[in-house]
Design a protein around this ligand. Structure first.
Ligand SMILES: NC(=O)c1ccc[n+]([C@@H]2O[C@H](COP(=O)([O-])OP(=O)(O)OC[C@H]3O[C@@H](n4cnc5c(N)ncnc54)[C@H](OP(=O)(O)O)[C@@H]3O)[C@@H](O)[C@H]2O)c1
Length: 362
């Protein structure tokens, strides 16, 4: 017998308009192709990219049709196409659904996807005893874990960081950096990871694995990090500087902080050179054209990458493995109900979240 369900989603029509719950009927038996699965979503997590996507949803690019928000999801497979071999009905899965201005997003009751086209998916690992249920914790990790994985040069294999490496993290409190420090310390066994964050986040970030912290609200961060290089590292510089907030303070004196390019050191950023305003994101303000010649071309002075997450299954496999070995736990800021989606987005816009903001759906 045909099963028709109601599919509700948090969507927006125009960049200045509100996010609202929309609903449509979904025929569960005909809504998928032979290569697709249908997931009943239990939880989804918000990411600042949702704010960016909305800010740039000009009607001449994105139209005025409803666009569903969010990427990270956890849920249960309720239908599968006949060509799907790796998943079964009833499997609990976790992933990140990559889309831009799409009708489908993870803030919805059901998600229909082709796992080959959306490879950031795996069977859901269990966290064991925890304050949060497995669906909440699982929705909280794919996008930030994948971004951290790329930040460590693991996807393109551009760097081989290990016990002799030193990493500087600008923005130690962000969810991406929370994942990065756990991969660096627990998987790669990196000796020293230094983070920059507010003084009030020191205790929390130490518990996550940072070896040293410098407070951006108490001292000039370049002075604080230089002091550490001289006193703790005997003058040794960093193999990687990873920026997850948009701070260009280290750029003018990069040779004082980053090892030479001949030692395959990297400066990687996921935001550019300036802090993105969550209330009115403007990507143009995050580029520093004056650095172009030092960053690109045959005479570049340092390895620089400003990158976007590339969907992949490899980081999902590592994430699930690390969770099973209790080497990685995503940090949760807050959990909201589907109906309270506006409060969830207000929390994201505050830029004060300590960990992921998760919305429970099922
Ligand atoms: N390129 C990509 O593919 C990609 C992927 C994911 C995210 N991103 C971007 O990466 C950024 C971080 O995302 P997220 O979700 O990890 O962040 P988040 O969890 O929302 O970060 C919130 C934290 O940032 C810290 N912070 C705020 N202002 C700061 C400042 N001036 N200096 C240092 N820390 C500051 C705050 O902690 P304290 O002030 O207590 O330290 C706050 O708790 C966002 O801009 C996002 O758009 C890019």
């Amino acid at each position: 017998m045909q099963e028709i369900v109601e599919n509700r989603a948090v969507a927006f029509k125009t960049r200045k308009g509100p996010n609202e719950i929309i609903a449509e009927k979904l025929d569960l038996d005909s809504c998928f192709t032979d290569d697709e699965i249908v997931i009943k979503v239990h939880a989804a997590a918000l990411n600042p990219v949702d704010l960016l996507v909305k800010a740039y949803a000009y009607s001449w690019i994105a139209g005025c049709e409803p666009k569903t928000l969010s990427r990270d999801y956890s849920g249960v497979i309720v239908r599968r196409g006949k060509n799907i071999k790796e998943f079964d009905i009833g499997d609990k899965v976790v992933g990140s659904f990559d889309h831009l201005f799409g009708k489908e997003g993870s803030l919805s009751n059901y998600l229909t996807l082709d796992p080959k086209k959306h490879p950031s998916i795996t069977k859901m690992p269990s966290f064991g005893d925890s304050e949060y249920d497995d669906f909440v914790l699982n929705a909280a990790w794919p996008l930030v874990f994948g971004t951290a994985y790329m930040g460590l040069g693991l996807l393109d294999k551009s760097q081989n960081l290990g016990p002799d490496s030193r990493i500087l993290v600008i923005g130690a409190s962000t969810s991406v950096s929370n994942a990065l420090v756990q991969i660096a310390k627990n998987h790669l066994k990196v000796k020293s990871v230094v983070g920059i964050c507010s003084k009030s986040s020191f205790e929390r970030n130490k518990e996550l694995g940072f070896d040293h912290l410098v407070a951006y609200d108490e001292e000039v961060v370049t002075d604080g990090v230089k002091k550490l290089i001289d006193t703790e590292f005997n003058g040794g510089k960093f193999d990687l500087i990873f920026d997850s907030v948009g701070n260009s303070d280290f750029i003018p004196k990069i040779d004082d902080f980053l090892k030479p390019i001949s030692e395959n050191s990297y400066y990687r950023t996921i935001v550019g050179d300036a802090k993105l305003k969550y209330t009115s994101p403007n990507l143009l303000k995050t580029f520093k054209p004056s650095e172009t010649f030092r960053r690109f071309g045959p005479f570049k002075k340092y390895n620089y990458r400003n990158y976007l997450l590339i969907p992949s299954n490899t980081f999902m496999v590592l994430g699930a493995e690390m969770i099973a070995k209790k080497q990685f736990v995503p940090t949760i800021d807050s959990v909201f109900t589907f109906e309270d989606h506006t409060d969830a987005f207000n929390r994201l816009v505050s830029n004060k979240a300590k960990g992921k903001i998760v919305v429970k759906i099922a």
